[in-house]
Design a protein around this ligand. Sequence first.
Ligand code: DLL
Length: 437
Amino acid sequence: MRPSNERVYWKTSEETLPRPELEALQLARLKQTAARVYERVPLYRQKFEQAKVKPNDILSLADLRRLPFTTGADLRESYPTGMLAVPLDETLRLHTSSGTTGKPKALFFSAKDVDNAAELIARSFVATGMNRGDIFQNMMTYGLFTGALVAHYGAEKIGCLVIPAGPGNSERQLLLMQDFRSTSIHLTPSFALYFADVLEKRGINPRKDLSLKRAFVGAEPYTEETRRKIEQGLGVRVFNSYGLSEMNGPGVAFECQAQNGMHLWEDYFLMEIINPETGEVLPVGEPGELVLTTLLREAMPILRYRTRDITAIREEPCSCGRTHRRIERITGRADDMLIVRGVNIYPQQIERVLMSIPKLGRNYLIQLDGLDEMTVKVELSEAGFDGELEHVVALQKEIASLLKAEILTTPRIDLVPPGTLPISEGKAKRVIDNRKL
Ligand code: DLL
């Protein structure tokens, strides 16, 4: 039954604002944000002085380029409270993001920030067709990670029943899904792939036995091939969800029903694409590193944050009517790039190949040893393979040659039985680089 109050937009006027008005709003908010950090955050005062720029110098959106970048290192060095723009007692929530090295980043939210983060998720979910009446099973990690909590409040705002399942415990997930008829789930691509294995093993046909309609999948990079595997395995439409703790968490950019890039919510964030090596701003459409500026953050505004995520901006209008421009699927992080025998390789290139081979399962691992020896370990699929030695060798050869065409190097292929590689409930660790040890 379709609920009578089904919405197409969460807030129509905000999402369909004509571009000139949207840009005027961005400029006003940028000016306020720059003035706020200049007055209140010593790190920014210092950066502005070094760049010989004052908040009043911002006269147009193009002047954004005159402002300094912020990096992950800035956030770590300001840990715990160095980047706060409000007194601590005006903050309401703390999330952290731990990178691969060193101190975590502490991200503070004011009451308004908490509400805005929920607004953006509500807006994102509604853009996928979720509405009051939908049952939202949140399979992201609750805690310091932004993924679950931010989405939780957004779904409640819409008026959905929210099941705060958290990740893991697949049997319980399945029980909840069956008994409460969850229609929408939120999880990482690696957990989604694993959960698809669980359903297959249990002989569950998700399209017949479950009520799932859609999965919001994000928090780590994945490919179109992986999206298709998840869609088949869980019987859902997968919507790509992009965000980062430094910018609230999830709800920064989200696919709408047109599923052709992710709308980046431009009334809350300014986006730029830069050359990750030189910092030069690139023309719209060219791929490079995404740089984001918060426009409404109170507790911790951040200017020109270097996300390290590689994508491109799309500015052609979307059939959904939203005027916020889109970004393409993230192809990887600048930091994830592997150099193997002199060739630059992103793990997603390997994933794309593996996920397109039906005889392979859904879990894989890339290992680097010694002098650039690469081994790709991948599970065989439950159904698609008989295990005959001859067939194993032929399959290994096929994978190696497909990979060679993609990454210009021939890795060793280790085919392993289904269910034998480490499973991941949150963000997967797909690369083990023993070369650095
Ligand atoms: O992962 C926030 C989030 C939670 C997004 C739930 C979506 C869903 P962090 O832990 O700070 O925050 O990690 C942010 O994860 O810079 C990207 O490298 C990566 N990432 C997040 N979403 C996607 C996506 C959350 N859809 C970092 N595609 C980001 C590719 C993604 N990478």
